[in-house]
Design a protein around this ligand. Structure first.
Ligand SMILES: Nc1nc2c(c(=O)[nH]1)N[C@H]1C(S)=C(S)[C@@H](COP(=O)(O)O)O[C@H]1N2
Ligand SMILES: [Mo]
Length: 529
């Protein structure tokens, strides 16, 4: 009996140490890969590469669900998920290596190949170099697993060893494990430091930017354009609260002093190659424009209004010799490319039809924040962000809708996507319990470039009532609304609908966000006490 118990404890220890070896090997692999990525390209690190590749392949419905469930934390959740899966696999490989040392080590190498393949598959991949971090990491991890498991003879195994050899191996295992853990921590930290020093240059170049005054300032806000109702979305969304939607696990860090933008393609008679200062020397226009994401559900948070500063995109295109299709130009699609490989297709006609399509350098009086596209992004009133608002832009190509499908279109989203008329109840919040009596219902409505003419609200199945509208700043911004309601006790459903500047009433028909934006009316259920 005693004999059996000792044996099983021994096996348990062996198994636990195998798992530990697997985890240490995975940790060393990741750390070595992060170090290599930090030195070469932070985006090529295995976690970011696998996460990015996962985002590229995620069906639209799952992506929308992730945005809904985790909001802006979706990227953090994804990376933590990858680490958890990696941890489990590492434990498994540790066990495998106890039985077949070579197979276990080969398993680590296989994951290196997965990481390398993911890095190479990213749209911003810079070529074979991107495979290096994952492969280097995998080699280090495989070697470490091989060494650690080879020193586990003192807890039993295929090789029968003498007592003294077993004591020696035990010491050697502990030494290897401890030094692996220590060097992994150091390498990982060093990799992070290297990666963030690239970020430091971007941050420094941003701090050095002096935005000139606009030659064409924003139209002064008319009186009454901003309502002061507690709980309503402020007319100007503070930059810190502005929604962020993109595929970037690592926010691109661009040094503005080295940034270039190329304008080329069909119908371009004079290709352009511009630097940041070239843009700042041009006439800058300042405009209030509300941005909206196509992934925004009815009543959702992915809309924001900011004061943008930038150059007129249409002027730049005209300088390059571009004519819109209506004037015989051969290109109907303007494809913008970002440094992180995003591609966004915008109709040339809309960009050149007189609306304030901008190459923006400023947001709410400051240079663009890194997360919102520093140093330069596009903003086109009236079109959802995924067909207009390319952040971290570096290339503009004139082409046709027939010739090229950009990133989201390849993933089944619509080629063209004007923003749909929507109204949202900001206050009261769902399931609120206001006291009976006067309740102020308020929110925002948008139909960019058409404007909002009317907002109505109804309680339960009652009649539609006109809300009081804030003054319309421009047709490109959202419009706040509010309505005082004499609330009777009990449960109530509040519903809103907007009418846009063309007289079209927001439809009650429900449509999903895919492929070109959600429709339906926003309702909020509350209980009046
Ligand atoms: N480079 C890049 N630009 C991008 C995206 C992206 O994923 N990558 N997402 C687009 C989408 S879907 C939207 S809605 C807007 C959001 O801009 P914001 O994050 O500044 O609010 O950016 C657009 N520009
Ligand atoms: Mo979006």
């Amino acid at each position: 009996m005693t004999c059996v118990r000792i044996l099983s404890t021994r096996q348990l220890t062996r198994s636990a140490l195998g798992a530990l070896s697997g985890l240490l090997a995975a940790g060393a692999a990741l750390a070595a890969a992060e170090l290599a990525a930090g030195a070469l390209r932070p985006q090529a690190g295995p976690v970011v590469a696998v996460g990015g590749a996962a985002i590229d392949r995620t069906p639209a419905a799952v992506k929308d669900w992730a945005i809904r469930a985790f909001g802006t934390n979706d990227k953090l959740v994804l990376q933590l998920g990858i680490l958890v899966v990696l941890g489990l696999l590492a434990v498994g490989l540790g066990q495998l290596a106890l039985r077949h040392r070579r197979t276990g080590a080969a398993g680590v190498l296989a994951f290196g190949v997965v990481g390398a393949t993911a890095a190479l598959s990213r749209p911003d991949s810079a070529g074979v170099l991107d495979a290096l971090p994952s492969l280097a990491g995998a080699l280090v991890g495989a070697a470490l697993l091989w060494i650690l498991v080879g020193r586990l003879t003192w807890v039993g195994g295929p090789v029968a060893e003498s007592e003294s050899a077993s004591v020696r191996d035990r010491r050697r295992f502990l030494l290897a494990a401890a030094s692996a853990a220590a060097s992994s921590a150091t390498a990982g930290a060093l990799g992070r430091a290297l990666a963030s020093s690239a970020g430091d240059q971007a941050v420094a170049s941003r701090a050095a930017v002096r935005l000139p005054l606009p030659g064409s300032p924003a139209r002064p806000l008319p009186r009454g354009a901003a309502l002061r109702v507690p709980g309503i979305s402020p007319f100007v969304t503070p930059t810190a609260d502005f929604y962020r939607v993109d595929t970037a696990l690592v926010v691109p860090a661009i040094d503005a002093t080295r940034w270039r933008l190329r304008v080329h393609g069909r119908g371009v008679t004079r290709p352009l190659d511009l630097g940041f200062q070239d843009l700042l020397r041009r006439e800058l226009v300042e405009r209030d424009i509300t941005l909206t994401c196509v992934s925004n559900e009815v009543g959702g948070p992915y809309a924001g209004n900011a004061r943008w500063l930038g150059v007129r995109l249409a002027d730049l295109l005209r300088e390059a010799g571009v004519r819109p299709p209506s004037q015989g130009g051969p290109a109907d699609q303007l494809v913008s490319r970002s440094v992180d490989g995003m591609t966004i297709g915008t109709p040339v006609e809309e960009v050149m039809d007189g609306r304030d399509a901008l190459l923006a350098v400023g947001m709410n009086g400051e240079p663009l924040p890194l997360e919102h596209g520093f140093p330069v992004r596009m903003v086109v009133p009236g079109l959802y962000g995924y067909v207009s608002a390319c952040k971290w832009i570096e290339d503009l190509e004139l082409t046709t809708f027939d010739a090229y499908d950009p990133y989201w279109v390849k993933r089944k989203w619509a080629r063209r996507a004007p923003i749909k008329t929507q109204s949202r109840i900001d206050t009261p919040k769902p399931f609120a319990r206001p006291a009976a009596g006067t309740v102020v219902v308020a929110g925002v409505a948008w139909a960019q470039h058409r404007g909002i003419e009317r907002v109505e609200m109804r309680v339960d199945d009652g009649p539609w009532r006109d809300a009081d509208l804030a003054s319309q700043a421009t047709t490109d911004t959202w419009r706040q609304w509010s309505l005082s309601w004499e609330a009777a006790p009990g449960p109530h459903t509040l519903t809103t609908r907007a009418t846009d500047g063309t007289g079209a009433v927001q439809t009650a028909l429900r449509a999903r966000t895919i492929p070109d934006g959600a429709t339906g009316r926003h309702s909020v259920v509350i209980t009046v006490d």
